[in-house]
Design a protein around this ligand. Sequence first.
Ligand code: NAP
Length: 510
Amino acid sequence: MTEIRGNSGTRPDAGADETVEAIIIGNGFSGIAMAIRLRAEGLDDFVILDRAEDIGGTWRDNTYPGCACDVPSHLYSYSFAPNPGWSRAFSGWAEIGAYLRHVFEEHGLRPHLRPGHGVATLDWEADTGTWLVCCHNGRRLRARFVINGSGALSQPVIPDLPGLADFAGVHFHSAEWRHDVTLDGKRIAVIGTGASAIQFVPQIVSDAARLSLFQRTPPWIMPKPDRAYRSWQRRACRRIPGWQKLHRWGLYWAYELRVLGFVVHPWIMRVAERVARRHMRRQLRYRPDLWAALTPDYTMGCKRILMANDYYPSLALPQVELVTAGIERITPNGIRTRDGIEHDADVIIWGTGFAATDYMKPMRVRGVDGRDLHHTFQVEGRGSYLGIHMHGFPNLFLLTGPNTGLGHSSMVYMIESAVGHIGRMLRRARREPRTVVEVRAEAQARWDARLQERLKRTVWMSGCQSWYLSANGRNDTLWPGFTFGYRSAVRRPDWQALELRSAAAAPEVA
Ligand code: NAP
């Protein structure tokens, strides 16, 4: 049996190259916030594993033209690391990435980072009360605690369409943008009209000889109230005490109120639908022929609400073709739709989103008695407790976990809430060495049932197909309420729901 000692120092043991007290997976918003919190809790013996060399998570990976956040920067940033220098209301990926790198370096996290450490497997070893974590580069690490901050939108999805292997041109996903591929004068096929596509289509359309946009379902698109901050506004944030805080506070409540349309009654969305319809018609004043195809037939909010000022005008350009017939197959020269038409293309760009409900995939996670996390979650549909704990997976904690996603406000707020809970819980757990924390099966089932009941009445369950829903029809992604409701739930969790026991006394999984 391997003895895990104390709280500091990096020690190899028989089965691992490195043994630490805690492992954080991912160095995006979640991982960085967690690392800072661990240090604040006096837990210094941790490493941050990331598959990439650089830091920033989603804001490192997504570099497509026009990539920007649709939550205002002063809200989409850490409360403990305000940035008075945001250049605009909604920042682009480069500025958000620079912000994250700044916070990372400022807190001296570099020595904890293990870049190029994509995690392949995690196995719970009950006798030692530790996780054995194996990386694709062959390194093996052992830790008492593992915190997953790998993100819910980090696994790009390319649909399994027939014929793709024979395509003679280049194809890539928006989250793996090929900056080495020139689009000038090319015939481009874009598949998907989600949050990513509506940002990059206007940026690449002028380069294209032809752009065929394959739309399966039209999104609801609102005007984006984006603007550059003036220098006096940035100065005010820097110099006037409380100014930036007040601005953030105003943004928080303005966004928070939007939740009413999602969870109280979908008819509240009708007002916003009118605004979106007017936005589309005004921007496509001279193309009424496109209106019908661009008008969604589902309640706004059922899929993520998008914001753009340049998307509709780009569809009116002569080189753009909006294709609404379903895709039949990919051919060597392009894409054939079900109406028999072949759309020639030199480049296919997949704006087809991410595997949002496959938490921790493609990692293989085995908990107590070899229980597989994906089977437990996807097939058995057992949910989680607070979006952080899963029964059968002791000392493993999730960030941006099940039912903590948002359709209306900043994920950074949710991440900070969960990080706070994990920090407080670890403080308790670390009073004794070898403590194992696991949510009780009944408590998890109660929490999950309550959430699913609340979700039934929301707009997300009003009948559309979206990535919010798992294959089994459950909504495993979204938090059905105010964000302060989640914060209060994690601040005052039911401590009885969590079992803190010694590693040696691990019981059977229910
Ligand atoms: P997405 O919202 O999931 O959109 C995927 C698009 O691809 C949809 O239009 C979907 O059509 C289409 N699609 C999927 N499979 C298809 C198939 N087999 N054939 C034809 N069309 C297909 O993906 P995304 O645009 O990458 O955005 C994902 C999420 O990332 C967002 O919802 C958001 O949370 C996040 N994001 C955020 C920002 C931001 O500003 N904060 C920016 C970009 C992305 P259907 O609608 O018919 O399924």
